[in-house]
Ligand binder design. Structure first.
Ligand SMILES: [Zn+2]
Length: 316
């Protein structure tokens, strides 16, 4: 039912009053009453001791837990900053490769997984980042794996990146340092990803044949096809404390051989004890140690082998 007199008296005056209330007063009240959203990335739980770590403190300590010394996984960009330090570095553009060559689909499309990975690490990137600069005063090329990109898996783009890093090292007469953090070959690229194993070995050989140092810094995790190729043929093999390094996972091995594996199996320290790793280096000492090793390899006085042995005897 329409009320004639109200239409005549105040249809125009009534509405603006409501607009003023809903558009101006209500949002103000809501802004005062509503709780401010708390960013959920201020604290990180340490995977080693489960202590909550404040993000700024964690960053200042190079993402190493102050409580238990656990080395948390870091991105490629952080890795480059740690290795090159204040000297800075220049990232190189990597060759474009075939995208989704098999048009692969498992539970989800590979193209979607790639897009998701790029959202995490930046458009146009894949699982390996390459940069050059100086470490300890020596020209150095670093290829660092990005675990956030599909578990650092090695497909064509990653293989191509390692190869590009090797070529750049040869061109600049620089040392090559590769820092793997990878679950292994990228199954979405099938045999093409397995072909990156011999390709990356050839890349390492290219550097060695020129008499340039090839150093590998094994980080958590280095497994599968990556550990079965370029990651295990370094002139010097370093590892971060506690890093898982192996080919097949411990559970798979236990189920296959029906035996309990020893404590610390596939950890950096275990591999050091068994001669597979030359040094276990805490992250805070990494740049200084790498610089010193490069010095010994490039200016070998006294004989490099003896000097490297002397470093490994130092308490870390
Ligand atoms: Zn901890």
């Amino acid at each position: 039912m329409r009320c004639g007199w109200l239409d005549k008296v105040s249809p125009a005056g009534y509405k603006p009053a409501m607009n003023w209330l809903s558009n101006f007063v209500l949002p103000k009240i809501r802004a005062v009453v509503a709780k401010k959203p708390v960013p959920d990335n201020l604290w990180t739980k340490c995977p080693g001791c489960e202590q909550m770590l404040f993000h700024r403190e964690l960053e200042a300590n190079l993402h190493v837990c102050r409580n238990c010394g656990h080395h948390l996984r870091i991105g490629a960009e952080q890795r480059l900053k740690i290795l090159f330090g204040d000297g800075g570095f220049t990232r190189i553009e990597l060759p474009k490769t075939l995208v989704d060559p098999l048009k692969f689909r498992d539970r989800r499309r590979y193209a979607d997984r790639l897009r998701e990975g790029q959202a995490a690490v930046g458009a146009g990137n894949d699982a390996v980042v390459v940069a050059h600069g100086e470490v300890g005063g020596f020209p150095t090329v670093v290829a660092a794996f990005e675990f956030r990109f599909m578990g650092g898996s090695m497909g064509i783009a990653a293989g191509e990146a390692v190869l590009a890093a090797a070529k750049l090292a040869v061109l600049q007469e620089a040392a090559l340092i590769v820092v793997p953090a990878s679950g292994g070959a990228r199954m979405q690229e099938g045999a093409l990803s397995l072909m990156q194993m011999p390709r990356t070995i050839l890349a390492a050989d290219m550097v060695k044949e020129k008499g340039l140092p090839y150093i590998v810094v094994l980080t958590d995790p280095t497994t599968g096809g990556v550990s079965a190729s370029f990651a295990m043929v370094g002139d010097i093999t370093l590892a971060e404390p506690g890093a898982v390094i192996g080919f097949a996972g411990a559970r798979v091995i236990e189920e296959t051989i029906h035996e309990k594996l020893p404590d610390g199996f596939q950890r950096a320290e275990y591999l050091f004890d068994h001669g597979m790793v030359d040094l276990v280096v805490p992250r805070a000492e990494l740049r200084a140690k790498v610089g010193r090793i490069l010095g010994l390899l490039r200016e070998p006085h006294p004989p490099a082998a003896a000097a490297v042995a002397s470093i490994s005897r130092e308490p870390s």
